[in-house]
Design a binder for this molecule. Sequence first.
Ligand SMILES: Cc1cc2nc3c(=O)[nH]c(=O)nc-3n(C[C@H](O)[C@H](O)[C@H](O)COP(=O)(O)OP(=O)(O)OC[C@H]3O[C@@H](n4cnc5c(N)ncnc54)[C@H](O)[C@@H]3O)c2cc1C
Length: 417
Amino acid sequence: MKKFDVVIIGGGPAGSASGALLAQAGKSVLIVEREKFPRFHIGESLIPFGNDVLREMGVWEKLERAGFMTKKGAEFTLSNSCGFQRFWFRNNLGPEHAQTFQVERAPFDSLLLDHAREKGCAVSQPASIQSADFLEESVDLQIKSEEGSETIRASYVIDASGREAWVGKKLSLPKSDLGLSKKMAIYAHFENAYRNEGEAAGHITIIRMEQGWFWMIPLNEKKTSVGVVWEQEKLKATGTCLEERFWTMIRSSKEASFRLKEATLLGDFHATTDYSYRYHQNAGSRWLMVGDSAGFVDPIFSSGVMIALRSGRLAAETILKQASYAPLSLRTQKKYTAKIHQMTGVFLKMIELFYDNDAFAVFMNPRSIFKLRETINRLVAGQTEMNASLRWRFRLFRFLSWLQKRFPVAPRLVFSE
Ligand SMILES: Cc1cc2nc3c(=O)[nH]c(=O)nc-3n(C[C@H](O)[C@H](O)[C@H](O)COP(=O)(O)OP(=O)(O)OC[C@H]3O[C@@H](n4cnc5c(N)ncnc54)[C@H](O)[C@@H]3O)c2cc1C
């Protein structure tokens, strides 16, 4: 039987990050990826606090050379074109976080997985995990590939299978829907959508409707990713097929119609529904969940890939600290879970504020007092590890959002078209 220190289920950003970092540290790693790459995947706008992991993996220069679009900030506007806020990461963050990339996931994920392979990971692809026996000393996994089935023994398993959440499902672990309503996203790529000028050409644009929102992500000189997100039942009621629903929503917004006036559709529409959840426990004695397999929060703040990369690194660090391939103690499992929950928890609070029209009014009019604008900029960039000052200012932002409901501290937003 073949043996590896670590078997990783899934070769997305989370799997490649943990794989590359473990192989770099001398561990024997097998990544099992179900699909042939390159393949389409949603999740195209990165945020700067994922940069550190890409640098530690040694892949940053490759990304620069690959010609991905540079992203220097984010902007938010209302669907009727009223109200506009543009954030530049460089205004409050150091050079290492001043910019990041917008990425088409097919080449991005291939590049990361190839990099993990170059660092020493074995990659079985296309292949999938059929079963796993979690034993005291190891995990025995049945893997099926084009060559047939084989059993592999691993000291640890990292579940990087995305929203498939292989280990969570296999072990029937409890999870929560985080109290967020069931959402649906419909998205596609377009050519010749409206582009900002100058350095803001690579900004993500979020267009906020009274309830849902659109994203516009420039992927290269011509191609733009466009998506609409709304409550599942309401979005379904706008048409009989994805295309009709998408265009009904675009037509309902002055800003979105303007930006897609000259655009042509490339390829097909895609949709994802009901995606928010979080497993209560993210590690066991011989397994760790990373990225979406641990949980997924609404994509409004483009946090998914950053969390995938940072949790991938955390899983690698946790395994590297284990002496003599010992099982993860209960304390280590709890600490690991707490760190993952803390990361997603910050975004969860931001998401609640984003969908609250009073809080969003404060977001759209950040006062320079108490460094509120800087606070929002840092959160939009993905700074989830908060020092006392940032924590205090985030609390103040939430207090002002609460106050807005009673005594407006910012002009109320008007959504009528
Ligand atoms: C509508 C929408 C918009 C989004 N927008 C953004 C955004 O703008 N920015 C952002 O950062 N994030 C965004 N995300 C989130 C982002 O897509 C994910 O958070 C990110 O891809 C997570 O990476 P991952 O490596 O955990 O999982 P994935 O990228 O999903 O990778 C998992 C891999 O595991 C493989 N796999 C699954 N099951 C098995 C198995 N049994 N055996 C072997 N392999 C398996 C899959 O084939 C896949 O390649 C968005 C998500 C949605 C739904």
